[in-house]
Design a protein around this ligand. Structure first.
Ligand code: URA
Length: 210
């Protein structure tokens, strides 16, 4: 991927995102929309994966058919909200390996604190797609990508639903080599570190915890 930030402005993505932003959207609808939108975002974040040719046999003849090159992809979810985005992607890429990084945000410092880290083996041979719906301060995303790099990965992409300019800038500074795909670049962060206009707390909205 060449661009640092890709905004997926497809009408279906934008329409579904608007429904998700509405405060009266139910948990069930929010989850369903997230699943649908994640398929569309996954399509975009995998657009430039290298392909190779493999001989297959159709009912009519042999052919050299394109298949994705290299080892299975690694999807890395930043807990807990990343899981909502990952479920849909796994439908599209069911053979992907899956990792989890648990980080919570210290509400005072807004700095990430790690409590879980379990990544697939041989990360150096895989394309890694790190997922978190909200790129807010960028602190937890940058910390998660530090861990993915420590595990050996060099080909990493970051997928989110919404990004704040502050988060994009933080990621560009910490990980200029990691392209970001998002459905929207929102206006800014508020004083509590929420993206505005945003959609609120993504984890609470997808899991119904508020
Ligand atoms: N995390 C969220 O869930 N929402 C925000 O707006 C920012 C961080």
């Amino acid at each position: 991927m060449t661009q640092h930030l890709t905004i997926v402005d497809h009408p279906l993505v934008q329409h579904k995102l608007s429904l998700m932003r509405e405060k009266d959207t139910s948990t069930a609808s929010f989850r369903q929309l997230l699943r649908e939108i994640s398929l569309l975002l996954a399509y975009e974040v995998t657009r430039e994966l290298p392909v190779t040719k493999r001989e297959i046999e159709t009912p009519l003849m042999k052919m050299q058919a394109p298949v994705i090159e290299g080892k299975k992809l690694a999807l890395v979810s930043i807990l807990r909200a990343g899981n909502g985005l990952m479920d849909g992607i796994l439908e599209l890429i069911p053979a992907a390996r899956v990792g989890f990084i648990g980080l919570y945000r210290d509400e005072e410092t807004l700095q990430p604190v790690q409590y879980y880290n379990k990544l697939p083996k041989r990360m150096e041979k895989r394309t890694a797609i790190v997922v978190d719906p909200m790129l807010a301060t960028g602190n937890s995303s940058a910390a998660a990508i530090d861990l993915v790099k420590e595990a050996g990965a060099t080909d990493i992409r970051f997928l989110c639903l919404l990004a704040a300019p502050e988060g994009v800038a933080r990621m560009k500074e910490a990980h200029p080599d990691v392209p970001i795909v998002t459905a929207s670049l929102d206006e800014k962060l508020n004083e509590l570190g929420y993206i505005v206009p945003g959609l609120g707390d993504a984890g609470d909205r997808m899991f119904g915890t508020k």
